[in-house]
Design a protein around this ligand. Structure first.
Ligand code: NAP
Length: 267
């Protein structure tokens, strides 16, 4: 896909993977709409894009609020802003056992990333389908593909996003609209400060996978867009874990349980 002159929308663009992706898209010549809740941090990413000669604007919105998302898209539609590229990167969620998770927290875990990606995508699709072109990239977590203990609600939300991404790709077959899952391993973003306790619960086996930077994930998103990839997994070591999981799922479960944060390991 030609990124120069495209209109791209990035969620979670105030921080981490989303902010790095917004900057990378702008460097490749796309005009970028940045979505997240916090105006101050969004505006600082917009300023850095503009200083580098790119085009960007900030749109503060709580993506867990379907009506707020609709109101924003009504405004964008009225201005004729119809993104041809969407990167759904907004996400949050602590890693908790089921009995530690209140119903409200579970709803929040599901709301961002999964509901948010759904709300945004449903408003972007009509214009993409009419243009017979577009690309939706959903940023996901390894836990969408490999089970590990200590993060039941987080895990369910990433499975929901993965299932949605897969089904959407099949729905859109032959329409000219592409759909990609980008799955990074651990990323050196602010995610761990914003969601306390996550690092402590990561399975020790995951320490074998090198941490990647938000810029590396952004590069993978650009690669997926330019090379029309269905799924991009990084770094290479994570691909080996996925291959091992496919070939020997019980071995992978054993590894997750032995090195992870299950009830048995904390009692
Ligand atoms: N970091 C990792 O190791 C890693 C690895 C694999 C996958 N992932 C996944 O990738 C996604 C992005 O992670 P990240 O590392 O970039 O995290 P991050 O630095 O914490 O960024 C999360 C972004 O989501 C936005 N956000 C959260 N709740 C929102 C809401 N209700 N409405 C609108 N925006 C919201 C945040 O902005 P505001 O707070 O301003 O709204 C922020 O821009 C997450 O789903 C995460 O699970 C992360």
């Amino acid at each position: 896909m030609n990124l120069r002159g495209a209109t791209a929308l990035v969620t979670g663009a105030s921080s981490g993977i989303g902010a790095a992706t917004a900057r990378a898209l702008a460097r490749h010549g796309a005009g970028v709409l940045l979505l997240a809740r916090t105006s101050r941090t969004l505006e600082s990413v917009v300023s850095s894009v503009r200083r580098a000669g790119g085009q960007a604007e900030a749109h503060p919105v709580d993506l867990s609020d379907a009506q707020a998302v609709d109101r924003l898209f009504d405004v964008l539609d009225a201005r004729g802003l119809r993104p041809g590229i969407v990167v759904n990167s907004a996400g949050a969620g602590r890693w908790l056992f089921t009995e530690e998770t209140s119903p409200a927290e579970m709803v929040q875990q599901m709301a961002v990333p999964y509901f948010a990606a759904f709300y945004v995508t449903r408003r972007c699709l009509p214009a993409m389908l009419a243009a017979r072109a577009g690309h939706i990239v959903n940023v996901n977590s390894p836990v969408a593909r490999i089970g590990w203990p200590g993060a039941a609600g987080y895990s369910a939300a990433r499975h929901a996003l993965y299932g949605y991404t897969h089904a959407l790709r099949l729905d859109l077959h032959g329409t000219g609209v592409r759909v990609t899952s980008v799955i990074p391993g651990r990323v050196s973003s602010e995610y761990f400060d914003r969601n306390p306790g996550v690092l402590e619960r990561a399975p020790r086996a995951a320490n074998l996978i090198p941490t990647v930077t938000p810029d590396q994930v952004a590069k993978a998103v650009i690669y997926a867009l330019q090379h029309k990839r269905r799924v991009v997994v990084l770094p290479f070591m994570l691909r080996l874990f996925f291959a091992l999981n496919a070939a020997a799922p019980r071995l992978m479960e054993w590894l997750a349980v032995r090195t992870g944060y299950g009830h048995a390991s904390v009692s």
